[in-house]
Design a protein around this ligand. Structure first.
Ligand code: ADP
Length: 495
């Protein structure tokens, strides 16, 4: 019998057990915001499968433990024996090291859910987290997918359709083609209208793939072909569209959260402008030097967007902000983000716990006005890569590890001394996050924490991050998404 048949034939499938797990009526978070905990939640899960690895798998395992829920981890052969797996209640091997043969295999994840006897799956970020087919298979198998419905995910996962929904919700978008480009002449005509430079983007794009800048008609034509080819091979969808290329924008995103009962809130914004190769390195909340009116307008726009899309659970609306503080929606990330801890620290809300609660049917009983944005939180990504060598991955054994601590410091990571960073996956080995009353204090604490940090055996982003936190433009909140590539020499600080 196939695992799917097994699921279907089991009386009651993998539906909720009706057991009571949560007995608390109300809890106050550290800053006094009332966090709804339902009494005797009828539907709270007993066991959750964590369909991910590394840092985020451990984050979800910890949230489960905090909620009194059992967790079932999955692992590839490359992750066998990793310490974080022992912190779950059970761990199931799902295949060989390559993600395509393990963490991306829907049937193996569903089989693990069956073996682990879980009622829900948390997908983390990356891998299957934004795969609407996976979310649909979960529903078919009567396993709760901890995230949005597959319908909402499909609508917002496609960037062209997300932009149409944004327009419907009266959310500003980057000027460009109204939908997918049908031919070269259409692209040339639109580019002439909006003016060069333009950005060719893949509707299924992610991780900066399928993106090309067109500075004139000739580069537009070649860019169209290469972007479509790259998108076709990366996403099996070669559809591309055109956007005005915003010069030196800031990347500001809004954390949203919505329950299954029509309540949607924002948890303020994160500035993620400091990037390398379109990948974030530093994230912070609140965004520095962003006028309050603009923040509020962006946050309200994000809530309008998720309501219009019928989106539920945690999600992020990403915007670009130009030099005049005009903001433009670019995409929705329909999952928990790597950088979610900064929003947790300024609001006092545990986002992963809330994701689980929402999926179990609990309503959010907050008032938007009561959600604080308290102090300043900054996260840096510690990646196993070599900044001096074009950020090339640096897998291998961590021979020495001393992590920082003390007041205002949080370290979210699955690694330890003796851990071997496998070469198969994302290079993120941990997130160092600080939270202090002011941005200046956060920067000081981050400097101190980065100075305490000692990792040997592999190359990491730590030396670059130390330089960034001494950089005057960063300290002044005066950087954009192109800053690192434009200004950094990687051999000794800013050019
Ligand atoms: P992906 O999903 O591939 O990460 P995004 O649409 O989120 O792509 O864009 C990633 C990054 O690319 C943004 O953070 C920004 O730095 C840059 N970018 C995207 N759209 C534009 C644009 N229209 N103008 C300038 N930069 C852009």
């Amino acid at each position: 019998m196939s695992p799917l048949t097994a699921l279907h034939s089991r009386p009651g499938g993998l539906g909720c057990s009706g057991e009571t797990l949560c007995n608390t009526v109300l809890a106050l978070n550290p800053i006094g915001l009332q966090v709804a905990l339902s009494k005797n939640s009828e539907k709270m899960f007993q066991r959750i499968l964590v369909a991910n690895r590394g840092e985020i798998a451990l984050r979800v395992i910890r949230a489960c433990r905090d909620l009194g829920i059992q967790s079932v981890a999955v692992f590839s052969q490359a992750d066998r024996g990793a310490h974080y797996l022992t912190l779950a209640d059970e761990a199931i091997c799902i295949g060989p090291p390559a993600a395509a043969d393990s963490y991306l295999m829907i049937n193996r994840i569903i089989s693990a859910a069956e073996i682990g006897n879980v009622q829900a799956i948390h997908p983390g970020y990356g891998f299957l987290s934004e795969n609407s087919h996976f979310a649909e298979v979960c529903r078919t198998c009567k396993i709760e997918f901890i995230g949005p419905s597959h319908e909402a995910m499909a609508k917002l996962g496609d960037k062209v359709s997300a932009k149409l929904i944004a327009k419907e919700a009266n959310v500003p978008t980057v000027p460009g083609s109204d939908g997918l480009l049908t031919d070269e002449n259409e692209a040339i005509r639109i580019a002439a209208q909006i003016g060069y430079p333009v950005l060719i983007k893949a509707t299924a794009g992610g991780g900066g793939k399928g993106m090309r800048i067109g500075t004139d008609e000739a580069s537009l034509k070649t860019g169209l072909k290469s972007a479509a080819l790259e998108a076709e091979s990366a996403f099996k969808n070669g559809g591309v569209y055109l956007e005005k290329y915003i010069a030196r924008p800031r990347h500001v995103e809004v954390q949203v959260i919505a329950d299954l009962h029509g309540n949607a809130f924002h948890l303020w914004e994160r500035d993620c402008s400091l990037q390398r190769r379109h990948q974030k390195l530093v994230e912070e909340s609140p965004a520095p030097n962003l006028p309050q009116k603009v923040r509020e307008a962006m946050c309200a726009a994000a809530v309008r967007l998720v309501k219009t899309a019928g989106y539920t659970n945690a999600g992020t609306c990403e915007f670009l902000v130009d030099a005049d503080h005009n903001f433009y929606f670019i995409e929705v990330n329909a999952r928990i983000q790597v950088e979610h801890p900064v929003s947790e620290l300024v609001t006092g809300i545990d986002l992963v716990q809330q994701q689980i609660r929402i999926a179990s049917g609990e309503p959010l009983t907050w008032k938007q006005k009561s959600i604080p944005c308290s102090g300043s939180a900054i996260e840096v990504r510690i990646n196993a890569e070599d900044p001096a060598n074009n950020f090339r991955g640096s897998p291998g054994k961590i021979t020495k590890l001393r992590v920082p601590g003390g007041p205002g410091v949080r370290w979210d990571s699955h690694v330890h001394e003796g851990y071997s960073v496998p070469p198969y996956y994302d290079s993120l080995i941990g997130k160092l996050i600080v939270h202090r009353p002011t941005r200046a204090e956060s920067i000081a604490t981050m400097r101190r924490a980065l100075a305490e940090f000692c990792v040997e055996g592999i190359k990491t982003t730590i030396p670059l991050l130390r330089e960034i936190f001494e950089n005057q433009d960063f300290i002044d909140g005066n950087v954009d998404t192109t800053y690192i590539e434009r200004t950094w020499s990687f051999t000794g600080g800013a050019k």
